[in-house]
Design a protein around this ligand. Structure first.
Ligand code: NDP
Length: 337
């Protein structure tokens, strides 16, 4: 395979945090990532304020002891501004409440490459623009900070007006606790494309395959409950993924029976024929050339009709009813012990 070059990775000891001395950090959006980032940065000794609209998240931030401001005011009062709003909302909020307050010397931080790479947001040249994108759900960002295990994050610099943008993003990655595990040098493009490619490629294929597998097995007369149990409800899959993490995706085959290992390695490749490869390449092409980004923005602008319809269809598939039954059966079993 071409291009197997190693990526540069930074850990706590590589990082000089003095670039953040005396600076004030605003967290814009107190949701999944926003709350964890705010708490971690404050616990690391930095001055943190929150910018949000007046809603339940605003109240939560106050309860957590932060000074909370309308978004434009928080931007005005801060040196470093984390944009932790949903990606599809960012362009509007940026234009209406953030852009006008961006004086020289400020740094904008994104947790995703989406809006900068696909040019939904362009930032004046006098502002630093960096990315610190955790490969972790929001609650994990907090949990792994508290237990000091860290989590991987991707970092990148898009604009370096100050000459310090790289030092700043590294210092932030350390302050939120990521570099206990590692900050991986990446780019806005790489994050934007690869994040969506795994969601739309491998993970999306897994959902579709599970549904098709269920339909075929049930049609062949097998018990729907056992099919669901075999596929994921037993928890065996979870243990297998833990073994991928611990030993390696193929090295863990040693834990399986020979029947299982032989069956997987001989039958799996049949599923990835030329049609699957063609579809994966099309998905990547749509991402790389902005077709998906445009489709997504149109979808949100027109009230998410396609998304809502697909969620409804997925939730009305018979698999949900069977899954519910199996959940009850498993609970009944474990409480009667
Ligand atoms: P959330 O969906 O949790 O939303 C964050 C905040 O945005 C909430 O306070 C929400 O308040 C506010 N918000 C939503 N709409 C508006 C609006 N129109 N105007 C002002 N505020 C608004 O976001 P996430 O934390 O999931 O995502 C934030 C960023 O982090 C994104 O760039 C995402 O790609 C990135 N990221 C997320 C990960 C995750 O696991 N979730 C993982 C890695 C990166 P309200 O709903 O009340 O409006």
């Amino acid at each position: 395979m071409a291009n197997m070059k190693a990526t540069k990775v930074y850990h706590d000891a590589d990082i000089d945090s003095s670039v953040l001395d005396g600076g004030k950090i605003a967290i814009i959006g107190y949701g999944n990532q926003g709350r964890s980032h705010a708490l971690n940065l404050r616990d690391s000794g930095f001055k943190v304020i929150v910018g949000n609209i007046k809603d339940s998240y605003w109240d939560q931030a106050l309860k957590d002891g932060f000074e909370v401001y309308p978004i434009d005011k928080a931007v005005e009062l801060s040196d470093i501004i984390y944009i932790l709003l949903p990606d599809e909302m960012q362009p509007n909020v940026y234009r209406q409440m953030i852009e006008g307050k961006l004086k020289p010397g400020k740094t904008l931080v994104f947790a995703s490459g989406f809006n900068i790479h696909f040019k939904w947001i362009s930032v004046p040249e006098h502002v630093d623009v960096v990315m610190e994108a955790p490969r972790m759900l929001g609650f994990g960002v907090r949990e792994h900070y508290l237990d000091k295990s860290g989590f991987p994050t991707l970092i990148a610099v898009h604009q370096d007006a100050s000459g310090n943008a790289h030092k700043t993003v590294l210092a932030l990655a350390k302050a939120i606790g990521a570099t206990k595990m590692g900050a991986f040098e990446s780019s806005f493009e790489e994050e934007a494309v690869l994040d969506c490619f795994s969601e739309q490629g491998c993970y999306a294929g897994m959902y579709a395959l599970i549904q098709k597998h269920f339909e075929i097995a049930v049609e062949a007369g097998y018990s729907p409950e056992i099919v669901v149990l075999e596929l994921w409800k037993s928890g065996e899959l979870l243990d297998e993924i833990r073994a991928w993490m611990k030993d390696g995706i193929f090295r863990q085959i040693k834990y399986h029976s020979h029947t299982s290992g032989y069956g997987s390695l001989t039958r799996g490749p049949r599923l990835v024929g030329s049609e699957t490869e063609k579809q994966l390449r099309t998905t990547l092409y749509e991402l790389q050339h902005g077709y998906f980004a445009r489709e997504l923005m149109m979808e949100f602008l027109t009230g998410e009709t396609v998304f809502n319809k697909l969620v409804q269809e997925a939730l009305s598939h018979p698999i949900n009813e069977v899954e519910e039954r199996v959940t009850k059966q498993l609970q009944a079993e474990s409480t009667s012990r």
